[in-house]
Structure formats: structure tokens, C-alpha cells
Design a protein around this ligand. Sequence first.
Ligand SMILES: Cc1cc2nc3c(=O)[nH]c(=O)nc-3n(C[C@H](O)[C@H](O)[C@H](O)COP(=O)(O)OP(=O)(O)OC[C@H]3O[C@@H](n4cnc5c(N)ncnc54)[C@H](O)[C@@H]3O)c2cc1C
Length: 397
Amino acid sequence: MRQLWELPNSAETVIIGGGVIGASCAWWLERSGRRVTVLERRSELGTYSTPNALGTIRTQYGSPTLVALAQESLEFYRSIDKHLGADPAELGWGNQGYLYLVSNPDHMARLRDSLAEYEALGVTSSSIVEQPELSERFPFVGDAVGAIFHGDGSWVDPTRITDAWANAAQNTELCLDTEVLGLEAQSGGWRISTNTGACTAEQVVVCGGARAPRLLDSLGVTSPVKITPRYRVFIPYDDPTHQRSPLIINISNGAYWRPVPGGVWLSTADVDEASVEPGEDVVVPEGFLDRCLEQIEPVSPQLVAHARTLPPDACTYAGGYQSYPADDEPIIGAVTGHDGLFVNYGHWAGVMLSPAAGRLLADVVAGRVSDVDNPCSLSRFAAPRKRSSTNKFGGWG
Ligand SMILES: Cc1cc2nc3c(=O)[nH]c(=O)nc-3n(C[C@H](O)[C@H](O)[C@H](O)COP(=O)(O)OP(=O)(O)OC[C@H]3O[C@@H](n4cnc5c(N)ncnc54)[C@H](O)[C@@H]3O)c2cc1C
């Protein structure tokens, strides 16, 4: 992207928000021939929720739409060098697989049911691993009784991926410190009011992450999206066995970790949390580390024992937001009744899905995918579908 120091008077396609989703949309739209301008309220790209993600990549969900988006995204990530000219190793691409673990023997039947569900949706190449093989292959899993192992995918670095999209979108203009305060439809497009002045655009794509619902509300566009804060802790740990580990998920309670250079990132997801109004920065609550350690201990006791020996300031914390639409599927597409207005928000796995989410948005803008054929359309909430089971961590559908 090329940084502009002043807001232009007019633009062709404006993207509001420069997180991983806005950056991906910029690349896909530029590629399909649009002249793109990104407006970002912060002083740098990718500094709100995106950099605080764990960047995990997986394809096992209980919803056909999420599986399709995830599989397409995984394919893209696998050949990202050809698409974006970026070296996968430099993007923190890990392909060590992932383990959905259970420590309660009563949960094995559910684990098998989940595997059957994934296979029915076309996510194959997974297997159930039980003791003693489980501990032979993954010697740190403690009391875990069984797991689903999937050898494909694992993680990417969220910040580097955002930069890769932005670097590849060479002709896209970028205005930083530019907060969109209001949108108004006018003949032939939109008038966009910002803290640095106003500009017009033929098309507007709202990619504001957790702040998107607020902006859309001002146009009377509502959607059932829950916004929840999420936290991550870095635990320094150079142990070679843990560094070679797959992504580890305690499916019984939602705690998960993955190796990063010099340590691990650990988090937990409470899918029943109440929705919040997003703020500027997320404060990690007292006791978060203890909660994570307690939840991950049954499947990673060595890591937990190590973490408990560390001085309090050895670990570092980060936080951001995840957005959950009522059916857990992202909202990507046109806004009915508002010509030239598009959205790409409602992401709780936006790093993972950024390739397919950007591609779908560009197809909608170009008229290649109609609202009727778009599984992620905003209009789906006008005639709600049955809630799907996504097997989010801790959710189990
Ligand atoms: C702890 C944690 C762990 C996570 N783990 C994973 C994971 O393992 N895998 C995964 O795929 N995802 C994960 N996520 C979720 C992931 O971070 C989000 O889904 C993703 O970052 C969403 O990207 P985005 O671009 O939509 O949002 P953001 O990164 O929030 O970007 C939105 C941008 O829009 C800007 N903006 C908002 N309003 C305006 C405005 N009015 N004017 C101008 N700019 C505006 C914001 O400043 C921001 O930069 C995790 C999140 C957290 C917090």
C-alpha cells in the first residue's frame, strides 16, 4: 500500500479498517481492477484485534460454510508465495497439525461423533489417537485420554500476514489516523465523513472488526453480532518437545496453546461471555493466566509446571476482540437497500479466513456472486437459518 498524507477528495472503492480483513479485501479488490483506498483510524495497519490473535489455522468446523471458507483459505496459505510473493517461513507459517484433546473418558464418544461430522463435511485425513499411542507420539499430553489429530495447517503470524496482504496490494492508497465518523448515501456513491475531512467514493466496504456494528448502526443497518474480549499470554519456554508440538486444544474447556519462537501463546475461549462495547485497548483481567493454566493442565502438565516456576513479570499479555454473529458465520457481502455499500465483519477466526473472506467480498463487489448465492450475506438474518454447530473450542456445538 502507498501511504497518503492527506485524505483525497474522491476515491473509487474505500475500505474502512486496516486489520487483516481490510488488508485482504484491498488485495483482492485491487486484483479485480478496483482503485482502492483504505481508511484506518489508528496510526498503523493491523494494530487493533488482529495482532493479538494466536493465528491458528484449522479446517474442522461443524458448519459447511465455515469448512468451505477454511479449506479455501488453507489452500491459499499453502501457496501464498505464488499469490502474494511472500515466503511462508517468513510469515510464521507452521504446519505441525493440531490436536483436539479430551481428558475425560466420557468425552471420547463425542470426539468420535465430531470426527464423523467433520468427515461428512469433507474434512478428511484426521484420525483418533488414543493412549498409549497418544503419549508415545506427543509425550507432554499428561492425562489426556484421546484426541483427534489433523496433520494439516496449524498457524501463521497475524501481523506478518496483514503486512503481506498490504505489501502485495501495491497500488492501494492508505490513510492512517483517519477515523470514519459517518456515511451518507449520495448520487453515484457515498460521502464519507472523517476526523480529517470528507471524501466521496463509488463504493464503501466496512471492515471495522468489532467497531463495524457501531458504524453500521448509524445507517440503521443492524445485525446480531456478539463482541467479546479475548486474551493471550506468552509464556517463555524453549523446551524442544513443546516447540515441535502441534496446536493443542483442550476441547473440554476451550483452553489452547501453540508454540511461537522462544515460548508458547496460551489462551482460552469462553463462548458464553456477554457482548461488550469495544474500547480502544483491551485490559487483560487479573487471574487470566491462572485460569488458562488450570484449564490446560490436564493435557499439558509439563508446560503448566514450568509456567508456575516463572516470576510474575516473565509472561506478556495481549488482548483484542472476537466477533460472533448469531450463527457464528462471518458477514460478507452487499448491504441490501444501500447501493454501493458492502461489509466484511463478524469474524472470530479472521486471520484464518482472511484469504477466502477477501476473495468472496471481491466476487460480490464485481457481481460474480449474487446475494442469493452468497452463504455469508447480511440478508440471511432477515430469514434466519438454523443455528449451525461450529465446534468452536469449548462450544462443542
Ligand atoms: C486473543 C485472541 C485470539 C485469537 N485467535 C485467533 C486465531 O487463532 N485464529 C484466527 O483466525 N483468529 C483469531 N482471533 C480473531 C482475529 O483476531 C479476528 O477475527 C481478526 O483479527 C479480525 O480482523 P479484522 O480486520 O476484522 O478486525 P481488526 O483487526 O480489529 O481490524 C479492524 C480495523 O478497523 C479499524 N476501524 C474500526 N472502525 C473504524 C473507523 N470508524 N474508521 C477507520 N478505521 C476503523 C480498526 O482500528 C482496526 O484496525 C483471535 C483474537 C483474539 C483477540
